[in-house]
Design a protein around this ligand. Structure first.
Ligand SMILES: *[C@@H]1O[C@H](CO)[C@@H](O)[C@H](O)[C@H]1NC(C)=O
Ligand SMILES: *[C@@H]1O[C@H](CO)[C@@H](O)[C@H](O)[C@H]1NC(C)=O
Ligand SMILES: *[C@@H]1O[C@H](CO)[C@@H](O)[C@H](O)[C@H]1NC(C)=O
Length: 449
């Protein structure tokens, strides 16, 4: 019976990936880094010591100990363990010296080493839906207690029981205060982030964040919204890409090819370059160069004239990924013009339908995914119209390739320069990511400084 239950459970777990958008896995390294930096940012240990030394009216004091001060708080050592389905079990090991006047009137000093343990349950913020932690079952475990008082059973028992009474009230709020800082770093997660002026991307959650034995997993169903018009739907054909095996402990972000394709649809219009657009400028070739391939051109253009090109993109760019290689497919038309003098409109020579593949080189800068392209291959070329009569367009392959490389690719790279936003959480610095192209996805291995 148990194995049937096991199969059912595995099936359920495997089926939890609803979307093929983006997936984030946070390993222990990131979580420890976050809790540690939250402790430092919150100055919680110093605050706690100060508060204990200046008890508020109504605050707990150690009975029989006056003028209490807490000092020499040891640098806390944090250990975390993932609790599948629950969250994180947290242990903060620290120590401190408590001083004061004892009931006998003498100076008393207690050196205490302790562990504070709690379960940080992973929940969803009710308003925003973003992940958040709430601590439960906080306990203070005394590891070692030393006093300057005579080593006397009654005194030891007294010190021990007073510490047990007082310390949880002192230390457990500190754990909560640290979580406030950690939780704050999730709040911007689902805010829309701009992609140039063309639209925005919102890392909406596909389901609530989950804890496994080795990770916190956040499954996204990203919303790609153009400035005007309908949300761009992610293509759901094909298999849901997976983070490769063999890196169980690491923190990773997976971005599917379907998601990057949807984001690039925002930039489709920008990839169309207009004749008047200065960025295109003059092509390095003239009608003279062209005449070398199409003799007809020489008949109509005796003197070499600069060439101008107009690129139209007829379909949203499509991104494909195979292990180690990613291509952007562009479908559209290239119209070639010869410049004319006296401010006359350039003359259209011919228009070609084309499909070409650009290889994408990914990198990360300023927490954005950057892409630069280079021409991979001209996949098809067919003549659509011509004012110079019939010619064999296949003869133009080399010439068109050259035009794309010299005049059009720089434009594409300029457009892509805006970068694509990455999920904003836990102040992750994506700068140090290791990028890896796998089947249908880009995987960023997240590294801490
Ligand atoms: C206190 O915490 C440390 C670090 O997690 C652990 O090694 C030690 O066993 C704990 N001590 C007690 C008494 O729980
Ligand atoms: C990423 O690294 C660059 C240079 O290495 C630095 O200028 C930039 O500030 C870093 N960005 C972040 C978010 O740390
Ligand atoms: C066009 O040119 C190509 C390459 O030079 C050649 O293989 C092809 O047969 C030509 N087609 C026609 C219709 O002439």
């Amino acid at each position: 019976m148990l194995w049937i239950l096991g199969l059912v459970l595995c099936g359920l777990l495997a089926g939890t990936r609803a979307d093929s958008g983006a997936l984030l896995r946070l390993g222990m390294d990131i979580m420890i880094h976050e809790v540690q930096s939250a402790m430092e940012e919150s100055h919680i240990m110093e605050k706690m010591a100060a508060e204990a030394s200046n008890p508020q009216p109504g605050g707990k004091a150690i009975k029989g100990l006056t003028n209490m001060k807490v000092k020499d708080v040891l640098q806390p050592v944090i250990t975390l363990n993932f609790v599948p389905g629950v969250g994180i079990f947290q242990c903060v090991s620290t120590g401190m010296t408590i001083t004061g006047k004892s009931f006998t009137g003498g100076n008393m000093e207690i050196n205490v080493v302790l562990n504070i343990t709690a379960t940080d349950r992973l929940l969803q913020d009710e308003e925003t839906g973003t992940p958040m932690f709430r601590s439960e079952g906080c306990e203070v475990i005394l590891v070692n207690v030393k006093t300057n008082l005579p080593n006397n059973k009654a005194i030891n028992k007294f010190v021990d029981s007073t510490l047990r009474k007082v310390l949880p009230g002192l230390m457990c709020p500190a754990i909560d205060a640290v979580l406030v800082y950690v939780n704050k770093k999730w709040t911007k997660l689902t805010d829309p982030m701009p992609v140039d002026k063309m639209g925005s991307v919102k890392y909406a959650l596909a389901s609530s964040a989950a804890t496994t034995a080795s990770h916190i997993q956040v499954d996204f169903s990203p919303v790609v919204q153009p400035q005007k018009g309908q949300v761009i739907r992610l293509a759901t054909d094909g298999l849901v890409p997976e983070i490769p095996e063999g890196s169980a402990q690491d923190s990773q972000l997976l971005l599917s090819a379907a998601f990057i394709t949807a984001e690039l649809a925002l930039l489709q219009k920008s990839l169309e370059v207009n004749l008047k657009d200065k960025r295109v400028g003059k092509l390095p070739q003239t009608t003279g160069t062209l005449a070398g391939f199409i003799p007809e051109v020489a008949k109509t253009h005796h003197k070499p004239k600069p060439l101008l090109i107009k690129v139209k993109i007829s379909k949203p760019p499509k991104v494909t990924m195979k292990a180690g290689k990613s291509l952007m497919h562009l479908h559209g038309s290239l119209e070639m013009f010869a410049a004319r003098r006296h401010g006359k409109h350039p003359k259209s020579l011919f228009r070609l339908e084309t499909h070409f593949g650009l290889e994408i080189h990914y990198s990360v800068r300023e927490n954005r995914l950057q892409m630069a392209t280079s021409l991979d291959s001209l996949l098809s070329l067919s003549r659509e119209s011509s004012s110079i009569g019939d010619f064999n367009e296949t003869e133009l392959t080399g010439f068109i390739t050259d035009c794309l490389q010299k005049a059009y690719i720089p434009v594409v790279n300029d457009v892509l320069h805006v970068g694509l936003p990455l999920p904003d959480l836990l102040a992750i610095n994506y700068n140090l990511s290791e990028l890896n192209i796998v089947e249908d996805a880009l995987v960023l291995g997240l590294k801490m400084e």
